[in-house]
Design a protein around this ligand. Sequence first.
Ligand code: EPU
Length: 337
Amino acid sequence: MPTMQHHFSLKNYNSFGIDVSAALYATPETIEELKGVLDQYDFTNLPYLVMGEGSNLLFKGDFEGLVLNPRMKGIELVEDESGQVVVRVGAAENWDSWVEYATRQGWFGLENLSLIPGSVGSAPVQNIGAYGVEMKDHFAWLEAWDLQQKLPVRLNGEDCRFDYRSSIFKTNARGRYIITHVAFRLNKQPQLQLNYGPVKEAFTKSRGATPMDLRNSIIKIRNQKLPDPGEFGNAGSFFKNPLVDRTIFKCIRVDYPEIPNFHDKENCVKIPAAWLIETAGWKGKRTGKVGTWPTQPLVIVNYGGVTGQEILDFSEQIRHDVDKKFGVYLEREVNVV
Ligand code: EPU
């Protein structure tokens, strides 16, 4: 039977490095152990939080309930067809180690998602994405414990309703499932995705590039632009890139003809939140020990000893100023607990 730890410090278990604790903390390594935890705790009436490596979370204070950290490990080849493989991966595997392993094995498609912090089990929750690729593009299915039916279930892509940084796990089924394994469909032949601006630039002169070259290039781009959470606590992009109505976009463009934008769904335009934040005067701005990263203002950084509430207050000021200046509401990407 897995033991639950009491008053467990989460300081080293959230990438913002916020000094908070969990009243209870459990790390089941198998479905049997998970069932053991479920038997010991009243999940229907008491607060609980399922977390992986804590790289997309902001704790406002101590968590007065159970933090459940599924520790299912393992990488298993489950289908090997002519051009593709399906690989089942334990939720607790580190995302980037998995991407590196897959690339070395000759299982391709995830290279653009290199160096994204977090665990495999968290990847479907916000449908992680970077440099023109989203996790959903290579998702096969996942296994989860359904707290409602009290059964293990298998969900396919349609069930998960993946969208830009979203899925049922963040919306109408929030808190219902504990993801234990994720399966990916990968290609045996490389199909490099080089369309995203900085990636395209890095590959203009290199012929015969391999998926490992692409992975290394992505790592270099990320290291140049984004803070290392090991050095400066952060949770990646704090806000999502907002989708705005085309008429609102046209109004903003009257005053800011240079506004970058991407066509999204019909009559909607995606505007980089980084541009809105920078233009509202928040790039590289620091208040005490919290600030936006100088080369990517969408990332909010803990410069040491800051509380979750201070980060939240800082982010609310950004949100307020962007709204006031452009009439655009920034939705948080990070989960606040
Ligand atoms: N920009 C500025 N000022 C800046 C930086 C960027 O105006 O200081 C504008 C530029 O117009 C630039 C555009 O923002 O072309 C996009 O910037 P970038 O390529 O850095 O990407 P992003 O939209 O800011 C998104 C993801 C990142 C992901 C990158 C690369 C979201 C919320 N964020 O950022 O994901 O790495 O694209 O694909 O969609 C994360 O989710 O934690 C994350 C880091």
